[in-house]
Design a protein around this ligand. Structure first.
Ligand code: APR
Length: 229
């Protein structure tokens, strides 16, 4: 009998770093001279929609060039064993969990490969750019924006996440700096075991029962083997 029956995994940019997608706060880099954090707001979009669309177009265009890594694959292996007792909650807008084969993935910050029409409130799977203001397939207006959650907006499906955290026996946080709420507070919503797997100590590392340091591609497969062992 497994020690942990129900598991919730939270992932952040760190799990995709070894696939070649840059994290938000590690690189210190700028995007065309802009802090990436400052193009991820409704205010930035209202002020300069072309700039914001180009930022997300570039990130969407990068997706076909990257592949899931060993950490994503290990979570698929975990889902094969746990089935519906595993929920992956991700802050990432990339699609690497899905491309690895995970099925129970919840994107609280939305997805790059989805476009949201602010005119008719419809959502559409989207591969190409948005900066040229294509027509919404639903209503024909030019009001499509990236279907991602910006600072100041409400993350998706928090009721579902809150329930899963309340019910789980183990919460594992992977590759997130713990600086963005509500995800940074998830560890406080858990009644049982907690574990952090991260390259560096996150802001809230001390709130976890256990913290392990290292790259996700090493730590996550090792932890999955240990759990299933
Ligand atoms: N393996 C494990 N962890 C890693 C690796 C790696 N190979 N590389 C980096 N990390 C860790 C870093 O040490 C850092 O703590 O991943 C974390 C990445 O932190 P952030 O860049 O802040 O990313 P994240 O926590 O996902 O950001 C949260 O902020 O900008 C918003 O909406 C955006 O979803 C994002 C949210």
């Amino acid at each position: 009998m497994r020690r942990h029956q129900k598991v919730v995994v939270l992932t952040g940019a760190g799990i995709s770093a070894e696939s070649g997608l840059t994290t938000f706060r590690d690189s210190g880099g700028l995007w065309e001279g802009h802090d990436p954090m400052q193009v991820a707001t409704p205010e930035a979009f209202a002020h300069d929609p072309d700039l914001v669309q180009r930022f997300y177009d570039a990130r969407r265009a990068a997706l076909p060039r990257v592949r899931p890594n060993a950490a994503h694959h290990a979570l698929v292996r975990l889902e094969e064993e746990l089935g519906d007792d595993l929920l992956v909650v991700t802050q990432n807008v990339d699609d690497l969990h899905e491309r690895a084969g995970s099925r129970r993935v919840h994107h609280i910050h939305g997805r790059l490969r989805s476009a949201w029409c602010t005119a008719c409130d419809s959502r559409h799977e989207w591969e190409g750019p948005l900066a040229h203001r294509p027509a919404c397939p639903g209503c024909g207006s030019s009001a499509l924006r990236p279907d991602v959650v910006w600072f100041g907006e409400i993350p998706h499906g928090m009721d579902l996440v809150e329930q899963a955290l309340w019910e789980c026996d183990l919460f594992v946080s992977i590759g997130t700096s713990g600086t963005v709420y509500p995800a940074a507070a998830f560890v406080h919503w858990v009644r049982r075991d907690t574990l952090e797997l991260n390259l560096e100590p996150s802001t809230g590392a001390g709130d976890f029962a256990e913290s392990r340091r290292g790259p996700a591609s090493r730590l996550v497969p090792a932890w999955v083997e240990e759990l299933l062992g």
